[in-house]
Structures are given as structure tokens and as C-alpha cells.
Design a protein around this ligand. Structure first.
Ligand code: AMP
Length: 216
């Protein structure tokens, strides 16, 4: 079972991927998280990726595809992609690679969230530097300011969650990622879910999809 979570920045892909991975046992693959880890470790890949990410642009397709393929070469479990693919070239590259390795995309879940909600979610998002738990200062604040409820780690704002960078990320999303809705609709594996509710409500809606239930 291989599932792709599709949606704008701030649509809840990361939050839902963590929940669904715990529910189904699928392996959560966040290309954004991988790039951030590479940036923190100051690797050559991290340095290259940072020059794009800090401006709100996508990391080039070939770099991203190679990174995903290398990381997952010997992975046997079902995959839950969060933030990948993000362009037609990446989707086609993933399809070709899946054909070679005997996998297929079983479901693509689009988290549909209105624009005004997206901006609020991004501007007020804070992430635990230790465990990665995601908060929102307005709708899902931590009990103690700046401190993770789960592990006591420090809550930080992502460098690319600033207004000018957010604008560019949304532009890249509309131009390069949104065409994937049609691509996967045509492939017959596309489901759209209302992503504007609470994490629990969205999780319940995704978990009820026929393709997802099969994974449990
Ligand atoms: P995310 O954490 O998914 O919002 O990703 C943060 C940033 O990492 C994005 O704005 C891109 O610059 C970069 N990134 C993550 N995934 C991809 C991808 N599949 N293709 C290209 N760039 C990506």
C-alpha cells in the first residue's frame, strides 16, 4: 500500500501523515523533513537544497527524485508520501521507478483547505525542534509557551514560514504542484478530503477512505 498526501503548504499533510503512519504502519516519507535534516547536518545536499528552500522555491526535480530513490531503495514497507511528488516530472519519475520496483500508487489523498486558512496555519505554525510535533499558536497552542507538550523540546518557527517566503511557496504550489490533481484524477486513484477541520476530523475522513482502510 503506497499513499500520497497532496495539498498546499499548510494543508495539514505533515500532521496527518504522522497520525496515519501511526494508524496504518505505513512509513512516513516527508521530503521537506529530509531536506531540513540535511540542512541541519550541513551536507552538500543540504547546502544545495537550502538555496531553493529559503526562497520558497522547489528543489530541482532530479535532486529530489534521486534523494527519494536512494533513501527508499531497500525499503519494504508501504509508503506514505508527504510533500512528494510536487511536480509532474516528479510524479512521472515516481511512476517509472514504481514500475521498475513492482510498486504502485494505491491512493492519492488531496487535503482541500481554503486559501485564507492556509495563510493562518503557516504564519502561526510552530514545530518542536526535538520530536517534530506541529502546533498552531491560534488553534492548537502548547500548554506552556515555546515548549512541546509531548517531549519538552523547544518550539520553533520554520525559516520558510515567513510571509514573503510563504507567498512564493504558494505560487510554486499553484504553478507546479496543483496540476498533479488532474494527473492523479485521470489515474483513477484520487480522493479529495475536506482538510479544514481539526486534525482528528481530517484523520477520521482520510481513514474512512476505501483504499486507506485496506492498509489497517
Ligand atoms: P515541506 O516541509 O513539505 O513544506 O517542504 C519545505 C520545502 O522543501 C519546500 O517549500 C521545498 O522548497 C522543499 N521541498 C520539499 N519537498 C519537495 C519536493 N518534493 N520537491 C521539491 N522541493 C521540495
Amino acid at each position: 500500500m503506497n499513499v500520497i498526501l497532496l495539498g498546499a503548504p499548510g494543508s495539514g499533510k505533515g500532521t496527518e501523515a504522522k497520525r496515519l503512519s501511526a494508524l496504518t504502519g505505513m512509513k512516513h516519507i516527508s521530503t521537506g523533513d529530509i531536506f531540513r535534516a540535511e540542512i541541519a547536518a550541513k551536507t552538500p545536499l543540504g547546502l544545495e537544497a537550502e538555496s531553493y528552500i529559503s526562497k520558497g522555491n522547489l528543489v530541482p526535480d532530479s535532486v529530489t527524485l534521486n534523494m527519494v530513490k536512494t533513501r527508499l531503495a531497500s525499503e519494504k514497507s508501504g509508503l506514505l508520501f508527504d510533500g512528494f511528488p510536487r511536480s509532474l516530472a516528479q510524479a512521472e519519475g515516481l511512476d517509472a521507478w514504481f514500475r521498475e520496483t513492482g510498486r504502485k500508487v494505491d491512493a492519492v489523498v488531496f487535503l482541500d483547505v481554503p486559501d485564507e486558512k492556509i495563510i493562518d496555519r503557516l504564519v502561526y505554525r510552530r514545530t518542536c525542534a526535538s520530536c517534530g510535533k506541529i502546533y498552531n499558536l491560534k488553534t492548537l497552542p502548547p500548554r506552556k509557551e515555546g515548549v512541546c507538550d509531548s517531549c519538552g523540546g523547544e518550539l520553533r518557527q520554520r525559516a520558510d514560514d515567513r510571509e514573503d517566503v510563504i507567498r512564493q511557496r504558494l505560487e510554486a504550489y499553484r504553478r507546479l504542484t496543483q496540476p498533479l490533481v488532474e494527473y492523479y484524477r485521470k489515474a483513477g486513484v484520487f480522493y479529495s478530503v475536506d482538510g479544514s477541520g481539526t486534525p482528528e476530523q481530517v484523520e477520521a475522513a482520510v481513514a474512512a477512505l476505501p483504499g486507506i482502510e485496506k492498509a489497517r
